[in-house]
Design a protein around this ligand. Structure first.
Ligand code: NAI
Length: 392
């Protein structure tokens, strides 16, 4: 159980690039990082592409005026001169900026926490992975939904054989926020998401499917995709060549099969993500609008609902418990769990404890790499006319 007491010797001195007043995701980072006062302290930032707005915002949330910088290069250079300079930076800017900022941060000797999709290509991720290794730094990737403890119960039950042999994987993350073309007219965040120069090779695949794909990896670490077919299209034609809707079929190396649906034009739907894993004995289902529960369905028996925080769960699913059973947790706690894990990983890295890191589960650079690999394979299949491709 977590109660905010320190897990590391002292909080990391933390900065943000992006995530300011106009950013959609910035507050989620701060909710996650600052939930445990003992893990991170926000001391600096270059919060906005608009320098004046970024400085005003930084001061408004309590950062010293002289540490609210006009851009990330100045942030890294000036902080490096201070004895109490930053040790880690979070990157919460549009996709096309992640690679350059991440590289600059590593060269400045910082740990990095970066938004998904990490970069545009796996080659870029491999390069940054090598650089991070050379510099002895952690890269965390904010698959923010994946910190729900009940997912670790699902992972445990699958590993324990409670479901039998895994046969079918069913992933879905859909919403209708881009059902109309006007979405781009009224929101800068919607506009850059359909611009390949800023979003990368995909819209909805990179934007939301990487979250659900990572959850599937978390639950099924023993299974790898061998072949994949992706069909993508844009119902709003101006978004082409990027897609606002995509379906995938997957073949896994253990004989299991999978289907996935990701959409920004699922008109009216507010159910967010669903992960259903079907085994030869039983199935489980997770809905991220209620991360307090896991459905467990055994053939021939009444449905069971496993509740977060209860003693009957595996120890791994109780370690990150914060509020106790009955008291609802949600996305904020999920982000806090992920951020605490980043802090613990960075602390272990600083102490050279590689043995600990080998077995520590958190979304790091390899999770970011697999997310970009997933996007690359989906796009390659779709752009050849929705054909089966080897997953590589
Ligand atoms: P947004 O467009 O709402 O905000 C981007 C912010 O970055 C803006 O405030 C802008 O001023 C700032 N910015 C842009 N370039 C900058 C630079 N060079 N230096 C400093 N600030 C800069 O975008 P949104 O939706 O917040 O997405 C940002 C990133 O977060 C994207 O990579 C996106 O995929 C990811 N994201 C992740 C979510 C998650 O659950 N993990 C949820 C939403 C977005």
């Amino acid at each position: 159980m977590l109660n905010g007491e320190r897990k590391i010797a002292r909080p990391f001195r933390w900065a943000m690039v992006g995530g300011g007043r106009t950013g959609q995701v910035g507050y989620k980072h701060r909710l996650g990082a600052l939930r445990d006062n003992t893990a991170f302290q926000l001391v600096a930032g270059a919060f906005d592409i608009d320098a004046a707005r970024g400085k005003d915002f930084g001061e408004n949330i309590g950062v010293s005026p002289e540490r609210c910088y006009s851009d990330y290069k100045t942030l890294f250079a000036e902080e490096a001169k201070r004895p109490d300079g930053i040790e880690v930076v979070s990157i919460a800017t549009p996709n096309g900026t992640h690679y350059e900022i991440c590289k600059a941060a590593l060269h400045a000797g910082l740990h990095v926490i970066c938004e998904k999709p990490l970069f545009f290509t796996t080659a870029q991720v491999q390069e940054i992975k090598s650089l991070a290794k050379e510099k002895g730094k952690i890269i965390g990737v904010t698959y923010g939904f994946s910190g729900s403890q009940i997912l670790l119960q699902a992972r445990h039950m699958i590993a324990n054989g409670d479901l039998g042999d895994i046969r079918i994987v069913n992933l879905r993350y859909s919403h209708g926020f881009s059902a109309a073309e006007s979405a781009e007219k009224y929101s800068d965040a919607a506009k850059w998401r359909v611009d390949p120069k800023i979003a990368g090779p995909s819209f909805i695949i990179g934007d939301i499917s990487t979250h659900t794909y990572y959850i599937s990896e978390l639950l099924l670490p023993h299974m790898k995709i061998e072949k994949l077919l992706c069909d993508r299209q844009s119902f709003i034609k101006s978004r082409s060549p990027l897609e606002d809707n995509a379906h995938m079929l997957m073949h896994y190396d253990n004989g299991a099969v999978g289907t996935a649906w990701f959409s920004a034009v699922d008109t009216g739907y507010m159910g967010s993500q669903t992960v259903r894993i079907v085994g030869s004995k039983a199935s489980i289902e997770f809905h991220d609008y209620n991360p307090n529960e896991l459905l467990y369905q055994v053939q021939g028996q009444p449905y069971q609902t496993l509740h977060r925080g209860m003693d009957y769960l595996d120890a791994s699913a109780l370690e990150d418990e914060r509020l106790g059973a009955l008291h609802t947790e949600g996305l904020s706690e999920s982000w806090a769990n992920i951020y605490l894990k980043f802090a613990i990983a960075m602390d272990a890295k600083n102490r050279g404890d590689e043995d600990f890191l080998k077995n520590f589960i958190y979304p790091g650079i390899d999770a970011g790499l697999e997310g970009v690999r997933w996007i690359e394979n989906c796009v390659r299949s779709a752009d050849q006319g929705a054909v089966w491709v080897d997953f590589k």
